[in-house]
Write a protein that binds this ligand. Structure first.
Ligand SMILES: [Zn+2]
Length: 418
């Protein structure tokens, strides 16, 4: 779906964002094609592309092989990868991964550090250290759009926030992010990791052509986000689709949330590490991959069979409740593991998507698997810059007044605060 422009004078910023979005989605696109897609006059589109070029968000290139025709120079536009970068930090229990990411979703630099996340102060010190290293890579002249932090949910205070080994256990709130902003002087945005990664898939991943899909975040824990019209659905208090704590097995394994048989107790890296006796292993993921490659471990096989059963049920529930175009699976789980579970879950249950979607498109795997969390976090500062709709958890506005003014970014301060 392409958003259409409007001719009302007050909507000039909206039109600029629509043109920017069309350029992003096409990669390279001529002015003539933009005019066709957004239903604005050639002159309006020309003014907008001139404006966007002037502030350095897009670049004009001569189209190769195109003949020059009267009145329409053979010029194509692209997002300028050098227009600015943002820093994404994905915070998981025991680990922080960070990356410097440009406007077209390339990770220019990547860092990872093990840390004790039980202590928010130490997590803060580690995040500041990571940012310092990444900023060294940032060109002095380049814009830095800000910092995005992705954290395991639920975040908005509930009785199951910050409990258990798959959450930031021991945290009371996210005030440490205010300190991160003060310490770095950069705008800080945050989101539940599944919502951040889902937006990353929307902008740069397999979900680029999709207006709606369900994103399943398979990491140490299990989360999910419904994307509708390319925005993350938040629910009444910002905690929607925490699928990890959906009861899946009556009388099943005790869960840290206080219930029993939660989906995450069967379908998560934490559950697998527990089954293999690797919960405390510092090289947990590498050992899991080694076991998967050898394919001989009895406990691993048994865990995979049960996890695949839970995945098959979960897919059926998600499809029947939400009717998404597809379910995208991403997160820090090794791709080999996710592929194994998806294969074992076939054939899928009957559902409202069965017979409508091709069996191969009911589930898609993220192409950025291990990177999807970093990418998702880095997307937060640039998300509302690149999309016409921006109902996203956000904490702060960026400081670049020229861009904000031109794109009509409204003040959402407080919209995503605890
Ligand atoms: Zn639970």
């Amino acid at each position: 779906m392409i958003s259409r422009g409007t001719t009302q004078q007050s909507s000039a910023p909206y039109n600029r964002r629509i043109v920017l979005d069309v350029i992003r989605r096409h990669g390279t696109i001529s002015r003539k094609k933009i005019v066709e897609l957004v239903s604005l006059s050639p002159q309006t589109v020309a003014n907008i592309t001139n404006d966007l070029e002037a502030i350095g968000l897009i670049v004009a290139r001569r189209m190769k092989g195109a003949k020059k025709s009267r009145g329409q120079p053979p010029i194509a536009f692209e997002l300028d990868p050098k227009a600015g970068n943002s820093i994404g930090i994905s915070l998981d229990p025991g680990r922080a991964s960070a990356g410097l990411v440009n406007l077209v979703g390339e990770i220019l630099e990547r860092r990872e550090v093990d840390l004790d996340t039980h202590d928010p102060r130490r997590a803060l010190a580690s995040m500041i250290g990571l940012i310092r290293e990444l900023r060294r890579r940032q060109r002095r002249s380049g814009r830095l759009w800000g910092i995005g932090v992705a954290l395991p949910g639920p975040l908005i205070q509930t009785e199951i926030s910050f409990v258990g080994p798959t959450a930031l256990e021991g945290w009371k709130d996210l005030s440490v992010l205010d300190e991160l902003r003060d310490a770095t002087g950069l705008q800080v945005f945050y989101s539940v990791d599944s919502a951040a990664a889902a937006l990353g898939e929307t902008l740069f991943g397999v979900a680029r052509p999709l207006d709606n899909f369900f994103y399943m975040h398979f990491g140490l824990g299990l989360g999910g986000t419904l994307v509708v019209n390319r925005s993350a659905y938040r629910g009444a208090s910002g905690n929607a689709t925490e699928i990890g704590h959906i009861p899946a097995v009556p009388g099943g394994k005790a869960c840290y949330c206080g219930n029993a048989g939660c989906l995450e107790r069967y379908l998560s890296l934490h559950s697998l590490a527990e089954a293999l006796g690797l919960s405390q292993a510092p090289d947990r993921d590498a050992r899991i991959v080694a076991l998967l490659e050898r394919d001989a471990d009895v406990q691993l096989k048994s865990w995979c069979r049960e996890a695949a059963d839970r995945l098959r049920d979960a897919v059926c529930v998600i499809e029947n409740v939400l009717d998404p175009l597809t379910i995208v699976i991403g997160g820090s789980a090794p791709k080999l593991l996710v592929e194994r579970l998806v294969a074992l879950a076939q054939p899928l249950h009957h559902s409202v998507r069965g017979g409508v979607a091709a069996p191969t498109t009911r589930i898609l795997l993220s192409e950025r698997q291990e990177d999807s969390s970093i990418l998702g976090a880095a997307v937060l500062p640039i998300y509302d810059l690149l999309l016409p709709r921006f109902e996203v958890l956000q904490q702060e506005r960026r400081g670049a007044a020229d861009v904000a003014g031109l794109l009509g970014q409204r003040d959402l301060t407080g919209a995503g605060r605890l």
